[in-house]
Design a protein around this ligand. Sequence first.
Ligand SMILES: *Cc1c(COP(=O)(O)O)cnc(C)c1O
Length: 459
Amino acid sequence: MGDSTALAGGRQGHERLAELIPLVLQGLAAGTAERAAPGPAGGPAPVAASVAALEPLVPARGVGAEKALSELTALLAAGSVDPADPWCAAHLHCPPLAVGVAADVAAGALNPSMDSWDQAPVASELERAFLAAIARQCYPGASEPDAVVTTGGTESNLLALLLAREHQRQPVCGRNAHHSVARAAWVLGLRTPLLVECDGERMIPASLDAVLRETGPAVVVATAGTTNAGEIDPLRELARICRRHGARLHVDAAYGGLALCSETLRPLLDGIDQADTIALDMHKFGWQSVAAGLFAVREAADLKALTVRAEYLNADDDTEAGLPDLLGRSIRTSRRPDAFRMAVTMRALGIDGVGELVERCCATAREVADAVRRHPALELWGEPTLSTVLFRPRFGDVARVRRALLETGTAIVGRATMAPGEVWLKLTLLHPHASAADYLGLLDAVAARAQAPEGAVAS
Ligand SMILES: *Cc1c(COP(=O)(O)O)cnc(C)c1O
């Protein structure tokens, strides 16, 4: 048995990794083969039993690296829902690209921590250059845009409200806004966001205008890619209203932001560069493992609010001597080099390559929507804007259909309540290699399940 205490880095680290990584890959293959469907069958009980069988999970005497890795990797693969299966389509839960996952091995082995230059010399420089490219992509016309890495839309939205708090702003958002916006206001001790009415899933400009007329200095959160339906607020018009009222504008483009990589889809985000700040997630479109969030600002100076001094990490004399000050690039201290795998991926595919994958998902969504429209037993909520398709069986208990598919592991389908008591099924299509044909069987399975008597086992 090999040495379980061997290190991943140093001159020999790669040799031990070369022994262990094949075990991880074998475990992935074995566990995935064990699970015939995108998810484990039987719901929570058998999954819990598979973990309970390992008790004590954390033994007094270790089982060794080989056994622990093989066993737990196979268990993980067998009991996971796998977004690389097209029928795993409930959430903004993407199948990560192999190139990004492979890059993360290097990041994990070297473990640069992004809170000071002396822990991450080249990783921090790569991050800086990568973020500069992202900032230019978001703000092509701005003279000094900037961006930072976050854990996702939740942290990006928190940063947006935090920067706005520097100017005593009342949060305002659409009824379509992500729940993290209200939570960020709560965390920051700001007042509860004022809500703007929506038409369907898009903020109504006149309603925003009316709200801003009544309130003092505000920060408005618009959404580009709503969680329920993937809809995009009329950004340019909202930006114009914000400017008229002197309000700050944050665009939560956690879902839709990477459409900026596509010449064809970019017009959907028209006006986004008028925002003061933008949230984008590369763990949605961007095909990174969680967490891969980005937060862009039109004016780099806005990020000065995050400045903090900790003598051991960014002493004044070190900074004056030319060591980059990284501490003010996040509200975290120790921080993973998540920008590394994002940079490797964007360099491998190019902006156009990423844009093409986004286009494919959106095209597939439109085709799946057409198939729903043609299906005699199904009904479509509306034409998809991005890659979300909302539909439901014409008859039957929609929520029960979703649970039945989940319990058999057949398909992982989402849900969205679009009006009080009105539950729809949701496909959030992020599989870049799936085509509409891959979903036709799923539509039939939903229809069949809706017609099956309660308690019958779905096929
Ligand atoms: C996913 C998402 C969030 C939350 O982001 P996390 O990455 O899960 O923290 C916020 N807003 C929108 C619109 C999203 O799609």
